[in-house]
Design a protein around this ligand. Structure first.
Ligand code: ZN
Ligand code: ZN
Length: 382
């Protein structure tokens, strides 16, 4: 009889029968190990949670009064004879890959990850294993990120121009991850940073956790519009097109997302500028990360799983697509769930829009490797 694998895929999530725990389960379980605090990985309703120290306050803020144990990167926890440790994933503050070992068999669950050091999250560290469970949100060759220093040069120049033109600068990025990455990499000699309440709540949770972030000012009904125009406003995706944003007219509105690499993505969000900035690995990043694990088999949980599995299989890996409920945190802001946006109803993309944006449904991107159209809108996308 074949030996049962140490980790298996169930309808509740990734399960370790030997250790009796789940990793990022999407249905309530007794014992959950969490890679990071985004809503598609950290669901409410579990009896016990294990996560990295820097996720602590954000998890408590998002999930309420949960039973939570936190550990440092590399610290070992034994559950029913199975050894668990968390290792930096470089995705957002506190994000971890989960390493699971029993009788010499090693599995690593990546959660979401990126390989570039963003200056905010603990940088990604490859972990050697036999079996690697990986995301591949941007698993197409067309996705190739520029170094973040170049992207922030573009952002700072755009902000500078807006200041000269007397228009407000509104920069959109999701609240856990992108918002702090923006905050820590802006040129603050240009002006002050103002934040939407959803983002400031997350910043406050991180500060309670001991994370040092640059100073910000929460936008309230009393915030002076002229003052805000002299600074920069960081806002979540859910605020786009709302009366909250219109208060700052006239403004120039920029959007930070990996999807901005796709032709037309900027236009669909009505943004003046699209900045290609992602908290996920690009094509080369995924391939390098997988290669560095020295693994035999790869299981792909979300993103362009079919394309990427085919590529890996051709390269000699034993690669599989697996069905999970992990989604697209580049666009959907987990923090918005359960948090009041006051008088603002977040606009939802139409079904047609979702179809164009979601990797699993982007038809023309599935046709073949390298055939996807890259953005050609030139200076707009810089
Ligand atoms: Zn995530
Ligand atoms: Zn995710």
């Amino acid at each position: 009889m074949a030996k049962k694998p140490l980790l298996e895929f169930t309808d509740k999530g990734i399960y370790c029968a030997k250790g009796k725990f789940y990793i990022d389960p999407w249905k309530p379980v007794d014992d959950a190990v969490i890679t990071h605090a985004h809503a598609d990985h950290a669901y409410p309703g579990n009896k016990h949670y294990l996560a990295q120290h820097f996720s602590r306050e954000v998890l408590l803020y998002r999930l309420g009064d949960i039973q939570l144990q936190t550990v440092a990167y590399g610290e070992k926890v034994i559950k029913n004879g199975v050894e668990i440790s968390l290792h930096p994933a470089g995705h957002v503050i506190g994000s971890a890959q989960i390493r699971v070992e029993h009788l010499g068999e090693v599995w690593v669950v990546s959660g979401d990850y990126k390989v570039e050091d963003d200056g905010v999250s603990t940088p990604f560290e490859p972990v050697r294993c036999h079996h690697f469970i990986s995301e591949c949100t941007f698993g197409m060759p067309v996705y190739k990120w520029k170094p973040q220093a170049q992207v922030f040069d573009d952002i700072n120049n755009w902000w500078c121009n807006n200041l000269q033109n007397g228009v407000a600068t509104v920069l959109v990025g999701y609240s856990l991850g992108k918002a702090q990455r923006i905050l820590q990499n802006l040129d603050l000699s240009l002006g002050k940073v103002y934040t939407h309440g959803v983002i400031e709540n997350t910043n406050e949770a991180l500060r309670r956790n001991g994370i040092l972030l640059n100073p910000t000012e929460r936008i309230t009904p009393d915030t002076n519009k002229e003052d805000a125009r002299k600074g920069i406003i960081i806002a979540p995706p859910s605020s786009v097109g709302t009366t909250w944003m219109r208060k700052f007219m006239p403004y120039s509105f920029g959007y930070c997302s990996g999807w901005m690499a796709i032709r037309g993505a900027k236009r669909r969000r009505a943004a003046d500028r699209g900045f290609v900035l992602s908290d996920h690995a690009d094509w080369d990043g995924l391939i390098n990360a997988i290669s560095a694990t020295d693994c035999e088999s790869v299981y792909l949980t979300h993103g362009y799983t079919a394309t990427f599995a085919r590529y890996l299989n051709e390269g000699g890996y034993d690669a599989h697509e697996v069905h999970t409920l992990y989604g697209d945190d580049e666009e959907v802001d987990g923090a918005a769930a359960g948090v009041s946006l006051a008088d603002d109803t977040p606009p939802q993309p139409s079904p047609e829009e979702r179809e164009l944006e979601e990797p699993s449904q982007v038809l023309f991107f599935k046709e073949g490797l390298g055939e996807a159209s890259v953005n050609t809108e030139g200076e707009d996308m810089s």
